[in-house]
Design a binder for this molecule. Structure first.
Ligand code: FUB
Ligand code: ZN
Length: 673
């Protein structure tokens, strides 16, 4: 069914990271973030919002045991959904009930997924033992019929499926599948996979086109792409069918949610928030909750690839365009408004009230890779790279110990404290969150980056990101292997060497980054080369020692926004290669808004060390408005302002807020006088 141009991500075991930017990040996740998050999941970090995640599983497991022993039904609890179960004042005497957000289970699933990715190339018996124990706790909470969502197991199954729109059962299923598949692929252990399949089978017995089954679909998408992943690992077509059912049922009239229960309101026109306002093939604008949206589009892209479904592909391309042409920040962040954590209208991209949730950028990376799997076109990889190096990485402190949920492009700390419209913007990263969707999402993303960097099909290996390491590919019964040395994102030289004894006839498709004005490649004499949709296809017989060297120009460039982005009229942003830069008070003093940067002057570079890590900082020539000395009047008759020459020191955006609370800005007025 699949089109021959499509490709699949490499398995993580095909890649061994070499020293470099991403290896450092992956190591940070492995050595710092994953152990820290395990403590968090068990509520053992002082000063951090409690998670209750593992506790909820334990309580649900106890109920399961009691049920088995007594053969009795649960006692009916009072149904108290408020989205978040408030904490008791006395944390030492918690009742045996569910605490936290209704989707708290998913924190475990994301954690185990990240654990799995790290175990592939770093066997760690102790971590694996901890993971197995956690899996036991989770599996013990599963009901006989396969159902596994602690919120309902603890609060009462009579309410299960009563509010698909908001209550996240299918979201928890999706994350459970993702974690279970990853753990199975990493370790070969199938306990969690079997639990996830059992849950999926139960859902399959309740939902579907057949008579008597519910015609509902997830309020928070992810089950779609997860079920497809489950199909791909098990070969069980029913999971693909269920995913396609969820995708196709969305937006059909009468709306399922109008009919599902008395608790939910009949609110058809607000279903944009859930991307359920229209059937997906008729959706042409990215709307609503940004994470939900990109998770849905990812599932759609998966389904369209597998089914080679042209109408679904068309919808994916249209939605992609809607995001990247009209609704994406220069950092690759999405979600312009905190109201509903949503996309705003086209070109409404405020810098200081941005929502720009870390999870949404991660979801955009999911979507981008799936578009690449569907059809190799560097425009997708350009966005994937933009998001990864900027709005995804900014979600985590350089030491891996604190996190941003919201990733603004301009911050004045006082405004975050005093202006209610900006309360969602934090000037420093937090240890954890009551709603902790972002940190564990970051762990699973970063620890699986190689599977975003490389995809493959029968005769080609695609290099979307230029990640240093050794990569293998099976082709015509041969193990082809390449070593890649790359200084990205700081240095544009990429050296690719074929390192297998046996030669292989194949295509290597290397992405030419969209940000790169000029590039050259050498070592191509014996190959047939073509440039297509931003990929340089190098085809021929690869012999041991064959070496291709790419040189991508990393020159710093100034960018402007489309004129319809009113917020940035007359402003410039600075990028060096794929990395967006920002300026902080720590280097430039306060009042960043008074700087006007001069794009006509050359940019100097000097190394800056933050948190023990060194980066190129940029010294940009600027003019700084001299502040008026009138301190009594808010408004005065216009006088030509005076400026003084200044230098604006800029650092990589992802590294901001690692030196305490301070002003930050990405966009600056240009100096064109
Ligand atoms: O609803 C689950 C997650 O919590 C969403 O993906 C995030 O936006 C946050 O609302
Ligand atoms: Zn999040």
């Amino acid at each position: 069914m699949e089109n021959k141009n499509s490709s699949r991500p490499i398995a993580l075991r095909q890649f061994e990271a070499a020293d470099g930017f991403w290896k450092e990040k992956m190591e940070l996740v492995r050595t710092e973030v994953i152990p820290y998050q395990w403590e968090i999941l068990n509520d053992r970090v002082e000063g951090a919002s409690p998670s209750f995640c593992m506790r909820n599983f334990k309580i649900a497991g106890k109920l399961m045991r009691e049920k088995k022993e007594k053969g009795s039904a649960f006692e009916e609890p009072v149904y108290t959904f408020r989205g978040f179960e408030a904490l008791p004042e006395d944390m030492n005497h918690l009742e045996d009930r569910f605490y936290g957000f209704v989707f708290q289970d998913s924190d475990f699933s994301k954690w185990i997924e990240a654990v799995a990715y790290t175990l592939v190339n770093h066997p760690d018996p102790e971590l694996e033992r901890t993971a197995d124990e956690a899996i036991d706790i989770v599996c013990n909470a599963q009901m006989e019929n396969g159902y596994l969502d602690t919120y309902y197991i603890i609060n009462g199954m009579d309410q299960s499926f009563s509010n698909l729109k908001d209550h996240h059962e299918l979201y928890c299923l999706g994350h459970l599948i993702e974690g279970a598949v990853a753990y199975y692929e990493a370790t070969g252990k199938d306990r969690l996979l079997r639990a996830a399949m059992k849950f999926a089978d139960y859902i399959d017995s309740c939902f579907g086109p057949q008579e008597g089954k519910r015609k509902g679909y997830p309020g928070h998408e992810i089950a779609e792409m997860a079920l497809i992943r489950l199909y791909e690992v098990t070969g069980e077509k029913r999971y693909l069918n269920l995913a396609c059912f969820f995708i196709d049922e969305r937006g059909k009239q009468p709306y399922y949610w109008d009919c599902e229960s008395t608790e939910t309101q009949k609110d058809g026109e607000r279903y944009e928030y859930y991307q359920a306002h229209r059937p997906v093939r008729e959706q042409d604008e990215a709307v609503g909750h940004a994470v939900r949206a990109v998770y849905l589009y990812s599932g759609m892209a998966d389904a369209s690839r597998i089914m080679d479904d042209e109408s679904l592909k068309k919808a994916c391309r249209q939605l992609w365009q809607s995001i990247v042409r009209e609704k994406m920040y220069i950092t690759g962040a999405i979600g312009g408004t905190h109201i509903g954590e949503s996309f705003s209208f086209p070109f409404d991209l405020p810098n200081d009230t941005a929502y720009a949730e870390t999870c949404a950028s991660i979801g955009l990376v999911f979507f981008a890779r799936r578009m690449l799997e569907m059809e190799p076109d560097a425009v997708y990889a350009d966005v994937m790279e933009r998001a990864l190096y900027n709005s995804v990485l900014s979600g985590m402190a350089l030491d891996g110990k604190s996190f941003f949920y919201v990733n603004p492009l301009e911050v004045l700390p006082e405004a975050c404290q005093k202006d209610e419209r900006k309360f969602h913007v934090k000037p420093v990263r937090q240890k954890w969150f009551g709603c902790a969707c972002c940190p564990p999402n970051l762990s699973r993303m970063i620890s699986s980056v190689p599977s975003y960097a490389y995809t493959e099909n029968e005769d080609s290996l695609f290099m979307h990101l230029h990640l240093s390491g050794a990569i293998t590919k099976q082709i015509q019964g041969i193990t082809a292997s390449f070593s890649v040395q790359s200084g990205m994102p700081w240095d544009g030289k990429v050296i690719i060497t074929y390192t297998a004894r046996e030669s292989a006839v194949m295509k290597l498709a290397v992405r030419i980054p969209g940000w790169c004005g000029q590039w050259k490649a050498s070592g191509l004499e014996t190959f047939h080369c073509t440039l297509e949709n931003g990929y340089y296809y190098i085809e021929g017989s690869w012999e041991n020692g064959s070496q291709i060297v790419f040189d991508f120009d990393m020159q710093t460039r100034f960018y402007q926004a489309d004129d319809r982005v009113r917020e940035n009229a007359g402003r410039l942003a600075v990028m060096r290669g794929p990395v967006v830069y920002c300026a902080e008070q720590a280097d430039n003093g306060p009042d960043l808004h008074l700087f006007h940067i001069d794009a006509a002057e050359p940019v100097q570079e000097e190394t800056i060390t933050i948190e023990g890590q060194s980066y190129p900082s940029l010294i940009v020539s600027a003019q700084k408005k001299i502040k008026s000395d009138n301190e009594v009047q808010l408004y005065t008759v216009y006088q030509k302002p005076e400026y003084e020459h200044a230098q604006l020191k800029m650092i990589p955006y992802f590294a901001w807020a690692n030196r305490g609370e301070n002003e930050m800005a990405v966009w600056f007025f240009g100096w064109d006088q």
